[in-house]
Ligand binder design. Structure first.
Ligand SMILES: Cc1cc2nc3c(=O)[nH]c(=O)nc-3n(C[C@H](O)[C@H](O)[C@H](O)COP(=O)(O)OP(=O)(O)OC[C@H]3O[C@@H](n4cnc5c(N)ncnc54)[C@H](O)[C@@H]3O)c2cc1C
Length: 622
């Protein structure tokens, strides 16, 4: 039934697994995607949306590297918004609502159309290990399948336990079995494991809602998209809506608190801090008399609706009664109640930067299994694990993204260096170089690197090079073309900026606050240049950002260069920290556990102080 030996076997067909299989296969590995249910490949377990603050940047990065999440998202989008457009471009974050069923279908089609991917539907219940190396997997029916590298992407399925009020039952997601066997074997092999929890709101029947009482939340008037390739742009969009909870709703919810698994001690594991359940919000922010609820359609044609903001594991009748008191929900009918789920994860400090485990060679972990939350975080890890599994078995150098190169670099470095005790989600604030890590330039940052390792296609590289060439030429034009006071002063005055007395380079006026590309386009020479060079919106936006933020960008580049100097001071693999007596006890313990690859990574480990770093620097300097 199977090849004698696969190059890469990916366990799990969620967001991490799908990207891992795509990356490994597209680089040339004979890949098997083994998952419990082939109908749920690319399933969105929670909200039907991709992107958002910092997460949108990650999807753009996955796309720039040659992954599929951006393409699948564009093909199944029903609404698009660029969040934070009123702030600087470092904060702009694309977000889309998606058709849940089409999203999964597009993922399945994308993988079916990827040469080198074989599929198999069954639970994987164990790993085949020889010495300290993984050599395959064993299915729950006892079939052994050989593979040179294995990527585990089990999501919320490992010993998953679902809670609704006082009821609890095994499951990896509503209506799906939990996965057993893998945690137990990994613990026997010496891995540490932990428990986390997450939750989801009820899904309701859109026909039972009164939208006229809610606030309409339309998409952007000029929608954009995620992929740098030619994916469709939305020509029509579906509206979302907004309503609010109230004191009455809170009181009704409180009636169920003593039967809540969150409050009666049945759920002990930690959930996502930034995605709290409604009962958690009422409890923690007792002074707030209402909370926002976003009413999100689950697709183009379905009547199913996702009630964002009402995640809960209270008894179903309490959920129902409380939701019926929300404005617009007076006659609501449920498709299914909300629930919480507890699952096993493996503290990610047990991984290398490649996402290979330190304990077992050629075994990789990606996605929720590493303590993260979110489709985007999972997909990006899957992709990096797939890439590195392929590179490792072909004896090539690992592919590691640095913190100033990608949010994906920040994510993985945070996970393996600091670990996480609560579900980790990405934020712009986690990235120290966010002016460099923008959504608009992910292709410029990453496509050439990915092309070099054999993943991004020639088409991608060519598109990126065209964009770079054209935007550089446009910036050059602004730097080298002068504008007279007669021409520029009307623009400056229109935005309340001081007028000029002499001709000067356009770059100067354009750099001023409030002067935008739209203003500059009023100058004939600028609009002529755009027409002659056939510059599109993306190129113009790129040039505008390069002009207006050049100072900030340069400053961050300089800071990043300083960091690189520390990154270049490598710490040997098996360095013996016990011989550095001046290290603090805590630092020695942490350094031994995490085994950083550079002084720079060592400096990010909590418990390693600046004086410990000096000790290391003096020694390594020698
Ligand atoms: C109830 C719930 C609520 C959530 N709420 C949020 C939220 O509010 N915000 C947010 O950002 N994220 C949320 N998430 C998390 C989000 O769904 C995940 O972060 C994301 O799906 C993780 O992707 P993944 O690929 O790691 O795992 P998953 O998407 O869970 O996919 C795991 C895959 O592995 C398969 N599998 C598992 N074990 C085996 C095995 N042994 N053998 C074969 N196949 C196996 C499963 O069938 C599945 O296909 C929620 C998830 C759930 C379940």
């Amino acid at each position: 039934m199977f090849r004698e030996q696969y190059d890469v076997i990916v366990v799990g067909g969620g967001h991490a697994g799908a990207e891992a299989a795509a990356a490994a296969a597209n680089m040339g590995s004979k890949t098997l995607l083994a998952t419990m249910n082939l109908q749920t490949i690319g399933q969105m377990s929670c909200n039907p949306a991709m992107g958002g603050i910092a997460k949108g940047q990650i999807v753009r990065e996955i796309d720039a590297l040659g992954g599929y999440s951006g393409i699948v998202t564009d093909k199944s989008a029903i609404q698009f918004k660029m969040l934070n457009k009123s702030k600087g471009p470092a904060m702009w974050s694309p977000r889309s609502q998606n058709d849940r069923m089409r999203f999964a279908e597009e993922w399945r089609l994308a993988l079916e159309n990827t040469p080198n991917v074989d599929f198999y539907q069954e639970m994987i219940s164990g790993l085949l290990v020889s010495g300290n190396k993984v050599i395959g997997v064993r299915t729950s029916m006892g079939i052994d399948i050989k593979g040179k590298a294995i990527v585990l992407t089990n999501g919320t399925f490992l010993n998953g336990l679902i809670h609704i009020g006082e009821k609890q039952f095994g499951g990896g997601r509503a209506g799906e079995k939990a996965a057993t066997g893998i945690t137990e074997q990994l613990v026997d092999l010496g891995f540490d494991s932990g428990r986390m929890k997450t939750g989801t709101p009820p899904r309701v029947d859109g026909r039972s809602l009164d939208y006229s009482k809610m606030i309409v939340q339309p998409g952007d008037a000029v929608p954009e998209k995620f992929s740098y390739l030619d994916t469709p742009i939305l020509t029509k969009q579906r509206d979302c809506h907004m309503s609010h909870t109230s004191e009455v709703v809170h009181d009704l919810l409180r009636e169920g608190f003593e039967r809540s698994p969150m409050f009666n001690g049945r759920i002990r594991s930690i959930g996502p801090r930034y995605c709290p359940s409604i009962e958690d919000k009422i409890n923690r922010f007792a002074d707030k008399d209402r909370h926002q609820l976003f009413v999100e359609p689950e697709g183009w044609h379905t009547v199913e609706v996702y009630v964002n903001g009402f995640s809960t594991s209270l008894p179903e009748e309490v959920q129902f009664k409380a939701l019926r008191s929300v404005v617009g929900f007076e006659n609501v009918k449920f498709f299914r109640p909300g629930y919480a789920i507890e699952y096993d994860y493996f503290p990610p400090t047990q991984l290398k930067h490649t996402l290979e485990t330190k304990l077992i060679e050629n075994l990789y972990f990606a996605g929720q299994i590493n303590g993260t939350t979110g489709y985007e975080e999972a997909a990006s890890q899957g992709m990096m694990a797939g890439i590195n599994a392929h590179l490792k078995i072909n004896e090539k150098d690992p592919f590691i993204l640095k913190r100033d190169e990608a949010y994906i670099g920040v994510l993985i470095d945070d996970l393996i260096t600091k670990g996480t005790e609560e579900p980790y989600r990405m934020f712009t604030s986690r990235a120290e170089y966010r002016t460099l890590l923008r959504q608009d330039n992910a292709d410029l940052r990453l496509t050439p690197m990915s092309h070099t390792i054999g993943l991004a296609t020639d088409v991608r590289l060519k598109r990126m090079q065209d964009k770079e060439k054209k935007s550089d030429a446009f910036v050059h034009f602004f730097r080298n073309t002068s504008v007279t006071p007669e021409d520029i002063n009307p623009i400056l005055e229109s935005v309340g900026s001081a007028s000029v007395k002499q001709s000067d380079k356009m770059f100067k006026a354009f750099s001023r606050p409030k002067v935008t590309m739209d203003h500059m386009m009023r100058l004939e020479s600028v609009s002529n240049f755009v027409a002659e060079q056939e510059l599109d919106r993306e190129v113009m936006e790129q040039a505008e950002i390069q002009v207006k933020y050049s100072g900030y960008i340069q400053k961050e580049k300089n800071n990043a260069d300083k960091l690189h100097r520390l990154e270049n001071v490598r710490i040997p693999d098996n360095f013996d920290y016990s011989k550095l007596k001046s290290l603090s006890f805590e630092a020695r313990e942490k350094l031994e556990a995490i085994r950083p690859i550079s002084i720079s990574q060592a400096s990010r480990i909590s418990g390693v102080s600046p004086s410990d770093i000096s000790v290391l620097l003096v020694f390594m300097g020698r």
